[in-house]
Each structure stands twice: as C-alpha cells, then as structure tokens.
Design a protein around this ligand. Structure first.
Ligand SMILES: C[S@@+](CC[C@H](N)C(=O)[O-])C[C@H]1O[C@@H](n2cnc3c(N)ncnc32)[C@H](O)[C@@H]1O
Length: 251
C-alpha cells in the first residue's frame, strides 16, 4: 500500500506518555476484565500502545499495513510480550493465530479503510478472533461533527526540539462524497529566524468519514451485538454534534 506515514516520525509527533496515561484510565477496566491477557492492537503504528500494555503484563500482537511504521516499532526495541505483524486489517483473520481477550483500534485508524466490504471483512474476521465477551475498542474522529461544523483542522501539537519547536498541523477538507482529505504536516518553528516557520514534511491522505450509524450496522452484521458509545477515549458520553471522537466498545 501507499505508505503515507513513512515521511512522518509518528513516535515524536504525539505526546505519547501523556496520551497513554489519559487513555489508560478508560482502557484499564476494560482490558483487566477481558477473558484473556492476549490483546490485538489494530493499526498499531509505531507500537506505543503495544509496548505500554506489555509493560502492564499483557501479551500484545500489533498489526499494521505500513512497513515504515512496523519498522519504526521494531526499532523502538525488542520487548517481551510484543509482536508485530505486517498486514491489512481486512485480512486480520488470516494474519494472526489463536484467540484474543480484547482488541483496540485507536488513533483514527479505521478511516484509512474506505470500502464497506473491507470494513465488513475486518469486523467479521475480528469477531472470530475475540473470545466472548472480549471488548473491541474502536476510536475515530467524530466525522458527523466535522461534516456539520465544517471543521478544518485538528488541534495543533507543539513538540520542543533542540533549537525551538516542531508544530504538528493536521488539516481536514471534508468532500461531498463523504471522504475527508487529511493533510498531516510538520513545521519547524524558530521564532528568532526569518521566516520563523518552515514546512518539514506534508502528506495528503484520504480518509473515509465513517459515521456512527454506518459503523453500528457493520458491527451488528459482524456479530457484535452489544455496543457502548463514548465521546473520546474516556468515560464521557457520545454527543453526535459535540464529541471530538466516536469511541465504540463492542462485544
Ligand atoms: C494514525 S495511525 C494510528 C496509530 C496508533 N494506533 C495510534 O493510536 O496512534 C494509523 C495507522 O493505521 C495504519 N493503517 C492504515 N490502513 C491500514 C490497513 N488497511 N490495515 C492495517 N493498518 C492500516 C497506518 O499504517 C498507521 O500506522
């Protein structure tokens, strides 16, 4: 596949320790109560969740379709309890063996899958891998809100570096066909220089702006009968036109 993340150092662009700790208060009770400590991290990127969970005694298999991301994950260090698999989520059923107690798919990974057919195959494959009542925790942006408000960007992230800061900018261009052109870009910010800002890297990625009813239907068809909705990776309710994220915990 095209590897839109190969040019961005995802490890540095996300304030990982803060994010992982914030998400952990939500994930912990779900994962600790799972029927087994084998966890699937779907769209694992550079493996931060996988390593964080392995540190807490889970046995994690991370799946990602980007050779660049998997390579970066491996280079972050071998660790007991973590394994990475290169492959497409639509093929998850044939990529891993055995059953799992829970699965996470975080960081707006699902919108990279555009077709109903691919997502249906992903959800059905996953259903067969999860030991009941193991949860599938899915997080994506709330595209219903983005479409309704015409939101054009995600909040900026500022990352200190040796001579100033790197700014992580993410532009959104909702399209009439329900896709969203997503432009992640990094800018070098040197307040003392002229010009103070320079583009380090930028890419265009097309997302499908999956909406809650579409996903609930595909989950139901795949056999996920129980679903709880949250407005982000925290114990807050989902409000269609207000929540930043759509988080679905399905069983
Ligand atoms: C924005 S990153 C999210 C990474 C991480 N899960 C997080 O929470 O930050 C999205 C990831 O999904 C992966 N991805 C995109 N399409 C995929 C597919 N069809 N199958 C597997 N992984 C995919 C990308 O390579 C990328 O690593």
């Amino acid at each position: 596949m095209d590897d839109p993340y190969a040019r961005l150092d995802y490890r540095k662009l996300i304030p990982w320790p803060k994010r992982l700790e914030r998400e952990w208060s939500f994930l912990r009770p779900l994962l600790e109560a799972a029927p087994s400590r084998r966890i699937l991290d779907l769209g694992c990127g550079t493996g931060e969740h996988a390593r964080f969970l392995a540190d807490r005694g889970f046995d994690v298999v991370g799946v990602d379709a980007s050779p660049g991301m998997i390579q970066a994950a491996i280079e972050s260090g071998e660790q007991a309890g973590v394994r990475y698999v290169l492959g497409d989520l639509a093929d998850v059923r044939s990529l891993v063996e055995g059953t799992f107690g829970a699965a996470i798919c975080l960081g707006n990974t699902l919108p990279h899958l555009h077709d109903d057919e691919a997502v249906s195959q992903f959800f059905k494959g996953l259903r067969g891998l999860l030991a009941p009542p193991g949860p599938f925790i899915l997080q994506l942006l709330n595209y219903e809100r983005i479409a309704a408000t015409g939101q054009r960007s995600l909040p900026l992230t500022f990352i200190p570096d040796a001579a100033g800061e790197v700014i992580f900018l993410r532009l959104l261009e909702p399209q009439p066909d329900g896709t969203v052109v997503f432009v992640p870009a990094t800018l070098s910010y040197r307040p003392e220089e002229d010009p103070p800002l320079q583009v380090l890297g930028a890419r265009t990625v097309r997302h499908r702006g999956w909406k809650r009813p579409e996903l609930e239907e595909l989950l139901e068809q795949a056999g996920f009968r129980h679903r709880l909705l949250h407005g982000t990776v925290a114990d807050v309710p989902y409000v269609t036109l207000e929540s930043t994220d759509l988080v679905i915990v399905s069983r």
